[in-house]
Ligand binder design. Structure first.
Ligand code: CA2
Length: 147
């Protein structure tokens, strides 16, 4: 029985499609979840798709993925730029981690250019908007063949 693919979303991403559409687009997080679920149809992999505004909750879910997940996709949002604790939790995983961003942080303010999460990521997908999540699912599937 294939394990789940975890997709974790950090702070403020619950506002997606509601605020600042000029930066983050009109797609809501619920739309993104539906697209990810569609991508996983027929693969046998369950989708665990969650969002939290709380660092500790994200860390608890990363720990949960150690047992129940075969790959973890994370848009850490602002925590990517600040959180050594998230990095430590991700480094304790033995499954592949894919970092995903809607925008391309490298083209934005300097404080967005560094990501702690990148240090634990197999790869990074950034700048493709909501489509990036589907690309990340594709990458997760290719990394977890038969997982
Ligand atoms: O581009 C991304 O996906 C980011 O992770 C989004 C974060 C930002 O801090 C990162 O540098 C790049 C911000 C997420 C906030 O999401 C909002 C969505 C709609 C309205 C307001 C905030």
């Amino acid at each position: 029985m294939p394990k789940a693919i975890y997709v974790l979303n950090g702070p403020n991403l619950n506002l997606l499609g509601v605020r600042e559409p000029e930066i983050y687009g009109y797609t809501t997080l619920a739309d993104i979840e539906a697209n990810c679920a569609k991508r996983l149809e027929g693969t046998g992999h369950a989708l665990v798709f969650r969002q939290s505004n709380h660092e500790g909750e994200l860390i608890d879910w990363i720990h949960e993925a150690r047992e129940h997940g075969c790959a973890l996709i994370i848009n850490p949002a602002g925590y990517g730029h600040t959180s050594v604790a998230l990095l430590d939790a991700l480094k304790a995983l033995s499954i592949p981690v894919i970092e995903c961003h809607l925008s391309n942080p490298q083209t934005r303010e300097a404080f967005r250019h560094h990501s702690y999460v990148s240090l634990a990521a197999k790869g990074i997908i950034a700048g493709f908007g909501a489509t990036g999540y589907e690309l990340a699912i594709q990458a997760a599937l290719s990394l977890t063949d038969n997982a």
